[in-house]
Ligand binder design. Structure first.
Ligand code: COA
Length: 146
């Protein structure tokens, strides 16, 4: 059974563990900072109470940003990422937000394809943004409430 629940700071280890097993983006300290950021909610995607995906969602004025989005390797290409993204899009509509934004490496072709499916369009580029020298693409999706 799939479910989505908000993750609290006391479950920070779940986030750190999944991150370490996947894209290793943040240290425990950086995760702790995410929990403290204003407007930020961290959602876990669960199958039978096991967290298989995580996203960090931050509302800033009338926009939201996805600061982290990952599905456990073993569960990819099965529609779980789409399930989580559809949840975030619904949330934006409920909150009457205008845009959903994110940053992704230009070299991450899987994510590029994934986001394109949800009508995210590139609106800017940050050259040599990541440690490996790749560019960051700034992407946005317009949220239509009607
Ligand atoms: C990007 C990511 C979240 C997608 O999650 P997922 O659960 O595999 O996605 P879905 O199964 O819902 O796939 C939806 C669509 O995305 C695209 N897609 C997903 N994985 C793909 C792959 N390996 N190759 C090509 N397209 C892919 C396809 O269009 C797919 O639709 P299809 O299955 O009908 O072809 C997952 O690959 C991931 O966690 N990657 C590592 C972290 C990351 O890159 N995060 C984003 C940047 S922060």
């Amino acid at each position: 059974m799939i479910s989505i629940k908000q993750i609290n700071e006391k479950d920070i280890d779940l986030c750190y563990e999944l991150d370490s097993k996947t894209i290793s983006l943040w240290s425990k300290k950086q995760w702790a900072n995410e929990f403290k950021k204003e407007g930020t909610k961290i959602f876990g995607l669960l199958i039978k109470n096991i967290v298989i995906g995580i996203c960090v969602f931050q509302v800033v004025l009338d926009e939201a940003q996805i600061n982290y989005f990952v599905v456990n390797q073993k569960f990819r290409k099965k529609g779980f990422g789409s399930y989580l993204m559809n949840f975030l899009i619904k949330k934006c509509k409920k909150l009457n937000l205008k845009k959903l934004l994110l940053e992704v490496s230009q070299s991450n072709l899987t994510a590029e394809r994934f986001y394109r499916r949800f009508d995210f369009f590139t609106v800017g580029i940050r050259k040599n943004y990541y440690k490996d020298g790749s560019n960051a693409l700034l992407k946005e999706k317009k949220i239509w409430t009607k």
